[in-house]
Design a protein around this ligand. Structure first.
Ligand code: GLP
Length: 261
């Protein structure tokens, strides 16, 4: 596991965008799994700018989104469909047919989840997944206690997650109680994983995910078993890590190796 600590949320967004751009430059047909929420907004801004300046194209990229609320229409301003349209899709050249989001209004939610897994398989799997992190260490909408072997499924949201997301709605009461989400096993199957976290309210979750034992009570801790995962966190989100100086040392060593190459 690689842990990279950066000065601020803006730097995190810029570095995350660079990682996505590098992936797409290496493989123009890259398959990406994308997050929503407040954390990745800066990343999407940087990606939109990079596209407008001709530094990246998404013309052959395929995307999947990690999750969607149940019961919101795709036009609902707080749906993740709308979020992706506003923050990313409308700014870049990704063909709409290549963007896959779960439909939280599907008549048959179980089938919607199965079809999503099928589409990922048909795309050849995911090259890079970018994840946010919940305050309770959820990833996508895999809430604690999480089934660490789950595939895409319907999830019940915890009260704390609904409260955390109430800022995007009128209040907690307006936040849906259920969501469709990629499962932990769906995420672990992605070839590379980048986790983003910023702000002091994520510090405890970051430390539990990275430095505490793998546990259903900490869904993000499941990422410890993945061989290519990077946590990209700002100083505030890193503040509960015990081995901060080790991570900094390893990053420095990595950089000097890259420079020496
Ligand atoms: C939400 C989303 C997650 C997101 C997380 C963090 O509930 N379902 O995919 O990563 O919580 O959100 P934020 O970045 O707004 O803190």
């Amino acid at each position: 596991m690689r842990v990279k600590i950066v000065a601020s949320e803006q730097v995190m967004g810029c570095e995350a965008a660079k990682i996505v751009q590098d992936e797409v430059a290496r493989n123009p047909k890259a398959v990406l799994m994308l997050p929503t929420g407040g954390t990745p907004e800066a990343m999407y801004e940087h990606l939109a700018r990079a596209y407008s300046q001709g530094r990246v194209t998404f013309a052959r990229v395929t995307t999947f989104n990690l999750d969607e609320y149940v019961g919101l229409s795709v036009e609902h301003p707080q749906s993740y469909h709308c979020y992706m349209q506003d923050r990313f899709f409308c700014h870049v050249d990704l063909p709409p047919i290549n963007a896959h989001l779960l439909d939280g209004n599907a008549a048959n939610l179980a089938k919607e989840c199965r079809d999503f897994e099928q589409k990922i398989a048909e795309a050849g799997g995911v090259d890079l997944a970018v994840l946010g992190l919940g305050r309770n260490a959820h990833i996508a909408f895999n809430e604690p206690p999480a089934n660490l072997t789950s595939r895409t499924h319907v999830a019940m949201l915890t009260e704390s997650t609904r409260q955390a997301n109430a800022r995007f709605f009128g209040g907690t009461g307006d936040v849906p109680c259920r969501a469709l989400t990629a499962g932990i096993a769906t995420i672990i199957d992605c070839r590379k994983i980048l986790v983003l976290a910023c702000g002091i309210q994520k510090a405890e979750a970051v430390a539990r995910a990275i430095e505490r034992p793998v546990s259903a009570m900490c869904p993000a801790s499941a990422l410890q078993v993945h061989h290519k995962v990077t946590f990209l966190v700002d100083e505030a989100a890193a503040s509960c890590l015990h081995f901060k100086s080790n991570y900094r040392y390893l990053e420095q060593a990595r950089r000097s190796l890259e420079v020496g190459r």
